[in-house]
Design a protein around this ligand. Structure first.
Ligand code: SAH
Length: 230
């Protein structure tokens, strides 16, 4: 009897590491995200749920949940947790939304969005990163995310319009196709500015067909690359 009880306990209790990761995420949300004023409950829940360490497998978990961006190879980075949370909150995601992300990278931002919205379309220009992110998101069960390997400048016209668009690489000016693909009432969050210097996180909204642009915080993102083949 005792043996049976012990065996069932062992089977039902998650391995130590998952408690550890959960604890790291709870701390990350409290200390880095809530402490800096992020309050949307859906965003906080998503940040507590997505296993960020699985998106940065070459770093120890403590580093994956630290208050900093992380290299993911190919000279690209996964943004600092706070920046992901801030951009997600600014995009005001809703459960019925269709979202577009430009710059899949590791797939982390796409997963955070996928926890909240109905469907996520995400475009990555580097084929290796697109392939890895596709497999990773599948393995983690994010079946409402579709990854495409292409130049995100043109957006994804076949799936437009999008209620929200998040761009995670910085172009010098806002790509016009992305503005066109914003739905009525839609929100786009995009860092805009010169490569290698400080850019402006910018909120673009479309209401009654009118476009409004508001510059928010100074930020630093990797450059928006262009693919001549597309
Ligand atoms: N959102 C990512 C981080 C992205 S880093 C994450 O959560 O991990 C920015 C990414 O944008 C890089 O992977 C880079 O290759 C990609 N990128 C740069 N220019 C692009 C373009 N024109 N179209 C699509 N992806 C682009």
């Amino acid at each position: 009897m005792l043996v049976l009880l012990l065996a069932s306990l062992l089977l039902t209790v998650p391995p130590d590491t998952s408690w550890k990761h959960q604890r790291l995420r709870t701390q990350m949300v409290e200390q880095q995200i809530e402490a800096r004023g992020i309050s949307d409950p859906d965003v906080l829940d998503a940040m507590r749920s997505v296993p960020r360490h699985r998106f940065a497998p070459n770093h120890p978990p403590e580093l994956a949940y630290a208050d900093r961006p992380l290299p993911i190879g190919h000279e690209q980075t996964i943004s600092q947790p706070y920046i992901v949370a801030r951009m997600t909150e600014l995009a005001a995601p809703d459960s019925t939304d269709r979202a577009l992300e430009i710059g899949t990278g590791s797939g982390y931002q796409a997963a955070v969005l996928a926890e909240i919205v109905d469907s996520v379309y995400t475009i990555e220009i580097l084929p290796e990163l697109a392939t890895t992110a596709t497999k990773r998101l599948q393995n983690l069960g994010y079946d409402n995310v579709v990854v495409r390997n292409a130049d995100g400048f043109k957006g994804w016209p076949e799936r437009a319009p999008f209620d929200l668009i998040i761009v995670t690489a910085a172009p010098e000016t806002i790509p016009p196709p992305l503005i066109r693909q914003l739905a009525e009432g839609g929100r786009m969050i995009i860092p805009v500015g010169p490569t290698g210097r400080t850019q402006r996180l910018t909120l673009v909204t479309k209401a009654n067909g009118e476009i409004s642009t508001r510059e928010l915080a100074p930020v630093r993102f990797v450059p928006f690359l262009r693919n001549n083949k597309n």
